[in-house]
Write a protein that binds this ligand. Structure first.
Ligand SMILES: C[S@@+](CC[C@H](N)C(=O)[O-])C[C@H]1O[C@@H](n2cnc3c(N)ncnc32)[C@H](O)[C@@H]1O
Length: 314
């Protein structure tokens, strides 16, 4: 084949024919959009996905944009075979139980839309409780924030988006996660106030350099982690989730750093599992933090433990 254009088309066809989602594309050939939608819901349900209906809605919205599903049903010209082929590729990944956020490549958190890959934990709505707590306790005055275990940058970026005078550092042990966090800072227009450092908890940060410390460390017991849904266990980073045999390993490590890096009078606030309020509050007390409290999430579960570093003024 001498013509470069013909060769390009032939190569593209080979890739297309060999792609893993071919069985879906074959099954959908000749079907209408509503028939494809019904088939996809059935397949996702059969794969054990409880949110089959809403996942199908999100996947369709993603590939049909800017047209809506209703528009595309009314006018089939708005739904091309390329879009259905793309839908098949995305659906194939979801059928393998890859989380929807990773399939779509992003996840809303607070008021932001954050990039998500398999190198970071998908930000959870529960973590917005920690953002709310910090905003309740801290006004707009200049402050330096640290987010230990920043992952996608979710906590850091949500807080910087609300407090325009704050600056902050996101720390993570994963360089790949920090790449995603850095891209998210640029995506949100916050890269002039957000900095990222690779390291373990607060080790790389200077004494008394931080006014507010937040963290959502891994807090799931190892035996519980082994039982998690495939979406989480197979596709999200284990070191973002597994908190050791009692789930508390990382609170002990980061609290030891917190009392060194947070200035006297500064705030420390961490996310916790629903049953860890009492035990993590005890760890705060043992670390010498004062004015300790627990905040619940919208479902009424303990979700955040907070405390202050002893003020030099008493
Ligand atoms: C539960 S995820 C939280 C991610 C993000 N802050 C959020 O709330 O969505 C925990 C994060 O801690 C990081 N991590 C684990 N061990 C660490 C360590 N020793 N030092 C710093 N970060 C660590 C993981 O890579 C992961 O990004």
């Amino acid at each position: 084949m001498s013509d470069p254009f013909e060769k390009m088309v032939a190569d593209a066809r080979t890739v297309f024919e060999a792609s893993a989602s071919k069985p879906l594309r074959d099954a959908w050939a000749g079907l209408s959009l509503p028939q494809i939608r019904a088939d996809l819901i059935e397949r996702l349900s059969a794969a054990g996905i409880e949110e089959a209906g809403s996942d199908t809605r999100f996947l369709l919205a993603h590939v049909l944009a800017p047209a809506s599903y209703a528009d595309a049903v009314a006018d089939p010209a708005l739904c091309s075979w390329q879009q259905m082929s793309w839908l098949a590729d995305l659906a194939w990944q979801r059928l393998d139980r890859r989380p929807l956020s990773q399939v779509l490549g992003s996840q809303p958190f607070w008021t932001l839309d954050l990039q998500v890959t398999e190198d970071v934990l998908t930000p959870r709505a529960d973590s917005e409780t920690l953002v709310e707590l910090v905003l309740e306790k801290c006004g707009p005055a200049v402050a330096n924030l640290a987010d230990l275990g920043t992952g996608s940058g979710a906590l850091l970026l949500a807080l910087l988006s609300e407090r325009t005078q704050w600056t902050g550092t996101g720390v993570d042990i994963s360089a790949a996660a920090l790449d995603v966090a850095g891209q998210n800072a640029r995506r949100c227009g916050l890269d002039d106030r957000a900095h990222f450092v690779e390291g373990s908890w607060g080790a790389a940060l200077a004494p008394e350099s931080v006014d507010i410390l937040v963290s959502n460390p891994p807090y799931i017991r190892t035996d519980v982690w082994r039982e998690l849904a495939p979406e989480v266990r197979r596709f999200e980073p284990r070191r973002a989730l597994d908190g050791g045999p009692d789930g508390l390993r990382d609170y002990r490590a980061l609290l030891a750093d917190a009392v060194r890096i947070v200035r006297p009078g500064g705030l420390v606030a961490v996310e916790i599992g629903y049953d860890q309020g009492e035990v993590v509050a005890d760890l705060f007390d043992q670390a010498g933090l004062v004015e300790t409290g627990v905040k619940r999430d919208l479902a009424g579960h303990d979700r955040v433990v907070f405390g202050a570093v002893v003020s030099t003024n008493g």
